[in-house]
Design a binder for this molecule. Structure first.
Ligand code: ATP
Ligand code: MG
Length: 575
């Protein structure tokens, strides 16, 4: 179907004013360009132009899924609680899971993700190794009652996701499909015109262990990344840290107890002893699930990474003020020497070479200097415990890491048997023996990806779409104030482009040139064909490339062919 639309009839309510609630470009511009409207916090209505772009993202995702043999299907948004009880997530998911009851009082939830329902769907029918592997996907609405919905489509409560799930008889088969998915996800990012990186990540609520996030680089991104020019990159939530520039090993000084009445923070302790913060040791206290007290020591200038602390201890909750009071421990003077009986002391591996530690004395107002591991206290485990920072060594090549911010547009997970075991989903092997399915799951944020595209492709005048996701490819803009010749020429070009299967809008509104140009740049039509009286007198039209701002003059007789070729180039770049 050729797409030829008229601005005069298109529902595209652009805004001149900056919407006050929008903090970042994609949110602001999607509202201003008349692409969407807010219905409630984190819940949006897509207007025709916004929906056209959403569907283009969906189509790119669909093509890449189909190309790797994943099959499209559709699951319900409303899901029965029983399935979530079977997987155990009904109780652990928390308030992000929107729960509701039907008229009979039966419990349901709005799907934030679909592992439960897909596992329940296949478990009674997918029975034999002969039928594996299977990969299924849907493109559908998700609901997560996010604590802080913000940034428009970047963190919504209702949003569109492509979610895929795969079932395998062997780890090898899972790895193969996981790699194919990761390849497809990279191609999706490329086709969306995103500058992106794959990063090692935490598997969070979904479970499983091996996972990669695809990050669109953007200053507005909520994720902090560290990366190296060698190609290594990770989310700082999990990034391995090779702490650089530490004090050289030496002989331990004698242990001394020093009154430090004014030193409770690391900055104050460092000032008191006239040393750099990196020469002090910060001790954090927590409890394991079994109730054991854990002291976690990190260099004074570094932050404890909670994901790593959990990994090293099997799960730890930091102590609150009340806990410190009950234990008689001073929050501002904690240290590993003579802790309460039964305390587990773990320390960041970068401290192993530090012979003399400056630590809290576990007595309010006192610190110890010359505290030496092995002599004055025992460290049960030297682990990687700190948040990685730029300047740390790259874990693969040792070069200094750099920092970036990113928008997580998609993620692939090797789930293993988490859901198949808890939900009793198994297949029979060659000898008839039952095994739980080995599973993978894979998600692309469709609406978040669209916002990420705008974050990377905009300027002070509006959106500068890559050809692949623009709501339409070309705008024909007559500037004749109703001049018959201009109007007819513009219509002819518009029809010619439509006949060549170029998606074209004709700005046939009775508006001043300034208004038409401002709207065209705001909405961001990739190519604008300007038809004016003076140009026509010379037999030419002007073509503007929105992204580069470049203007070229083309003979009227060549206009359709020329623009068609430019669009086809643009399409090919993202194919
Ligand atoms: P985040 O860490 O940003 O909350 P997530 O890791 O919980 O996201 P996944 O469960 O991995 O998200 O979901 C797959 C994809 O769905 C994400 O990569 C992201 O693109 C998209 N997505 C997740 N939450 C939201 C949201 N609140 N709004 C828009 N898109 C989202
Ligand atoms: Mg994720």
């Amino acid at each position: 179907m050729p797409v030829a639309l008229r601005m005069s009839t298109l529902y595209v309510p652009t805004l001149k004013e900056e919407p006050a609630e929008a903090e970042i470009a994609s949110h602001r511009l999607m509202l201003r360009a008349g692409m969407m409207r807010k219905a409630a916090a984190g819940i949006y209505t897509f207007l025709p132009l916004g929906w056209r772009s959403v569907r283009k993202v969906e189509q790119i995702v669909r093509e890449e899924m189909d190309a790797i043999g994943s099959q499209e299907m559709q699951m319900p948004i409303v899901q029965p609680a029983e399935l979530w009880q079977q997987s155990g997530r009904w109780d652990v998911y928390g308030p992000e899971l929107a729960r509701l009851k039907d008229r009979q009082g039966r419990e349901f939830c709005l799907g934030p993700t679909h592992e439960e329902i897909i596992t329940a769907t296949v478990r009674s029918e997918l029975r034999s190794y002969r039928d594996l592997p299977v990969s299924l996907y849907q493109i559908h609405t998700k609901f997560r009652d996010e604590m802080r919905p913000r940034f428009g489509l970047l963190r919504g409560r209702e949003f569109i996701m492509k979610d895929a799930y795969s079932f395998h008889a062997s780890q090898d088969s899972l790895h193969e499909h996981y790699d194919a998915m990761a390849g497809a996800y990279g191609r999706i990012c490329d086709r969306l015109g995103l500058e992106w990186r794959p990063v090692a990540a935490d598997s969070g609520q979904i479970g499983g262990s091996v996972t990669t996030e695809f990050m669109a680089l953007a200053a507005s991104g909520e994720a902090a990344l560290v990366y190296c020019d060698c190609g290594w990159a990770a989310n700082v939530e999990v990034a391995e840290s090779v702490v650089a520039g530490r004090p050289a090993p030496g002989e331990p000084a004698p242990l001394e107890r020093v009154a430090t009445p004014d030193a409770r923070t690391i900055a104050e302790v460092a000032a008191h002893f006239r040393v750099d913060e990196s020469h002090t040791v910060k001790t954090m206290a927590g409890r394991t699930a079994e109730g054991r007290l854990v002291l976690m020591c990190v260099p004074g200038d570094r932050e404890l990474n909670p994901v790593k602390a959990d990994r090293a201890t099997g799960g730890v909750t930091l102590l609150e003020d009340d806990d410190f009071a009950a234990l008689g421990l001073p929050r501002g003077s904690l240290g590993p020497v003579d802790p309460p009986a039964g305390t587990l002391v773990i320390a960041d591996r970068s401290l192993r070479d530090l012979a003399s530690w400056i630590v809290g004395a576990n007595t309010d107002g006192f610190h110890l200097t010359g505290a030496s591991p092995g002599r004055d206290f025992d460290v049960a485990e030297w682990a990687d415990l700190v948040v990685a920072e730029p300047g740390d060594g790259c874990p693969t090549c040792g070069e200094a890491l750099q920092a970036a911010r990113g928008i997580e547009v998609s993620q692939v997970f090797q789930l293993g048997t988490k859901y198949s075991v808890s939900m009793g989903a198994s297949f029979a092997d060659e000898s008839g023996q039952e095994h739980p399915f080995i599973m993978g799951c894979y998600g692309v944020g469709v609406t978040r990806s669209l916002a990420a595209v705008i974050e990377q492709h905009n300027d002070e005048n509006g959106i500068a779409w890559p050809m692949s996701v623009a709501p339409l490819e070309v705008a024909v803009i007559p500037l004749g104030g109703g001049d018959e010749d201009v109007t007819q020429t513009a219509e002819r070009i518009w029809e010619g482009l439509a006949a060549a299967r170029i998606e074209t809008v004709l700005d046939d509104r009775d508006e001043r040139p300034g208004v038409k140009f401002a709207d065209a740049d705001l909405i961001g039509w990739p190519l604008q064909v300007v038809v004016g009286k003076r140009g026509l007198a010379d037999g030419v039209v002007e073509i503007k490339d929105r992204a580069t701002g470049e203007r070229t003059t083309v003979a009227l007789s060549e206009a359709v062919a020329h623009v068609t070729a430019l669009v086809e180039d643009g399409r090919a770049r993202f194919a």
